[in-house]
Design a protein around this ligand. Structure first.
Ligand code: GLC
Length: 571
């Protein structure tokens, strides 16, 4: 009996030690940093960023204080859509390096206590993927059913692809049409075919076995197609919303997500983030409610879509609309015990500073205010490379464009008689190349990005805006990010505290508290370039301001343009 008790005690102790030592992956308290590898750091002088370049910058990321690196695709690819057209899910494209380089990157990331998640593209492959090369040979090829075909050799409907033009492309070898939501070089996979799902699960497992810490799943809501596919639907080019609704969510979407979770993710301690194309506050919980066992987190486009009438037609962002959108997504996700993603920009968007800040007059101040908002609002914050330096949109000439969606837009606009100058105006304001210009590391040749000819123009403002200059300047945007990240690590309530917004209808200021049993903070952000009269609430006057973006003593009755402050308040 006594012996039994001792054994039981030892086992309990052992279990306790094991659980305490096990590093549970707290993705819900993490800060995500997105790397667009092509533009991050080149190491071999070919003008294209690569994996060794990323490894050489890991100390920078560690110094910044981020937790998870989201790596945009580095798989083998013909690069028609810059890597989102994958021709081998289990190989690294030589332009980025080798598998060995990747393993070194992963090891070095882990040595610095950071995590690495891969961007995975499950909705479509490249037309140069061996599956598609086989599939297109004949309709009885074993791979034919890996893709979506219109069997009767007629164009089924006038659906357009996201990148312009028909979503159907004729396959010369069989006379059939195949479906592609993006480029014609990105044929959509047929997820209703169990073999396709098996292949995808195998590829995901391959990377998890290598030690990656999870994935960002590209356009995940699109994988299951709607039941009337491929019915003869007709849309006007302007009926974007109806068109998008007709595509998702397909009837098996959540079934497939659960299956993927059960077959792959549940077997690893990993984090899975979805790109929530087309999701809305009514549907988000279907993806991220923990009990549903689908995804951990999904990001939406309602913030990045603010202030634009169509993909390429931007208009001014209304601060109130921004406040309401943030708050709506926060409360819906909190309601299903999930997290929301706090994301203002990525590789598919123009620079966040140009959309939500003032990139000229208040560049530093507005970039810092956006940093405070990103890192103190409730949710999982995302930093897109270069935003921590206050990088801005670039002005490109047509021949300097690299993004296929922008190039297509200008061509299509031309067909409709829209002058190229006007089309370029939109592209320069809203195009994806804006976020893809090389990261500005120092004031030397090509901003220190490459010794060679950069694949995309370096922003000419790099002598002024670069990491080296900001490392040495404690009033810089970079330092502000670092300070905020230190505060986040120090105070749990900034990571997981409750959020309560006050003055909800204030047209310029966003004011909220983050609090839990340990701490209580009040955050004030002026979302505009105007000075605002504001009388500080009692809790702030009794508290202590611990960070702000103006050098002077804060005014108790005015909040200056793009000013932001955090007050540590009494509990
Ligand atoms: C996602 C990616 C984008 C890509 C598209 C097609 O939206 O973020 O860059 O072009 O999917 O794969």
């Amino acid at each position: 009996m006594h012996f039994g008790k001792t054994i039981l005690g030892t086992i309990t102790l052992l279990l306790l030690v094991l659980t305490t030592n096990a590093q549970v992956f707290r993705w819900d308290e993490a800060v995500i940093y997105q790397i667009y590898p092509r533009s991050f750091q080149d190491s071999d002088g070919d003008g294209i960023g690569d994996i060794k370049g990323i490894t050489s910058r890991l100390d920078y990321l560690k110094g910044l204080g981020v937790d998870i690196i989201w790596l945009s695709p580095v798989y083998k690819s013909p690069m028609k859509d810059m890597g989102y057209d994958v021709s081998d899910y289990e190989a690294i494209d030589p332009v980025f390096g080798s598998m060995e380089d990747f393993e070194v990157l992963l090891k070095e990331t882990h040595l610095r206590q950071m995590k690495l998640i891969l961007d995975f593209v499950p909705n479509h492959t490249s037309d140069e993927h061996p599956w598609f090369k086989e599939a297109r040979k004949s309709s009885d090829n074993p791979y034919h059913d890996y893709y979506l075909w219109r069997k009767d050799n007629t164009i089924p409907d006038n659906r357009i692809s996201y990148f312009g033009g028909s979503a159907w492309e004729k396959n010369a070898l069989t006379g059939e049409y195949y479906f592609h939501l993006f480029l014609k070089e990105q044929p959509d996979l047929n997820w209703d075919n169990p073999k396709v799902r098996e292949e995808i699960y195998k590829a995901l497992t391959f990377w998890l076995d290598k030690g990656v810490n999870g994935f960002r799943l590209d356009v995940i809501p699109l994988i299951s197609k709607s039941p009337d596919y491929p019915a003869n639907l007709r849309f006007k080019v302007t009926e974007n919303a109806a068109y998008t609704r007709s595509l998702m969510p397909g009837p098996h979407l959540h079934e497939y997500l659960r299956e993927m979770n059960e077959r792959v993710f549940s077997r690893y301690d990993c984090f899975v983030l979805g790109e929530g194309i087309g999701i809305n506050p009514q549907s988000v919980c279907d993806y991220v409610t923990p009990e549903r066992k689908e995804l951990n987190l999904i990001y939406h486009f309602e913030v990045t879509d603010l202030g634009r009438n169509a993909l390429y037609i931007p208009s001014k962002v209304s601060p109130l609309a921004l406040k309401r959108t943030l708050s709506r997504w926060d409360s819906v996700t909190a309601g299903c015990n999930a997290r929301s993603a706090v994301l203002f920009g990525n590789h598919d968007q123009p620079r966040m500073l140009n959309r939500f800040g003032n990139p000229r007059k208040y560049r530093t101040l507005s970039a810092q205010m956006l940093a405070m908002l990103t890192l103190t609002y409730r949710g999982v914050p995302f930093i897109y490379q270069g935003d921590e330096l206050g990088m801005r949109n670039i002005r490109l000439k047509y021949r300097e464009l690299e993004d296929v969606s922008a190039i297509n837009l200008v061509k299509i606009a031309g067909k409709y008689g829209i002058p190229r100058g006007l089309a370029m105006h939109f592209v320069n304001k809203a195009g994806r190349d804006n976020a893809r210009t090389p990261v500005q590391w120092n004031p030397h040749k090509n901003a220190g990005f490459t010794e060679g000819e950069p694949w995309l123009k370096v922003h000419p403002d790099y002598p002024l805006i670069n990491a080296e200059a900001q490392q040495n300047d404690t009033s810089s945007v970079l330092h502000f990010y670092k300070k905020l990240l230190i505060l986040r690590r120090k105070y749990p309530c900034l990571r997981n505290g409750n959020l309560a917004e006050t003055d909800k209808n204030h047209p310029r200021l966003l004011i909220y508290t983050r609090s839990n049993s340990d701490c209580n903070f009040l955050i004030i952000c002026n979302l505009t370039s105007r000075k605002v009269k504001y009388s500080l609430p009692e809790i702030a006057r009794n508290g202590k301001m611990i960070l702000g973006n103006y050098p002077d003593v804060p005014d108790a009755s005015r909040i200056l343009p793009f000013e932001c402050r955090i007050y540590e308040c009494k509990k």
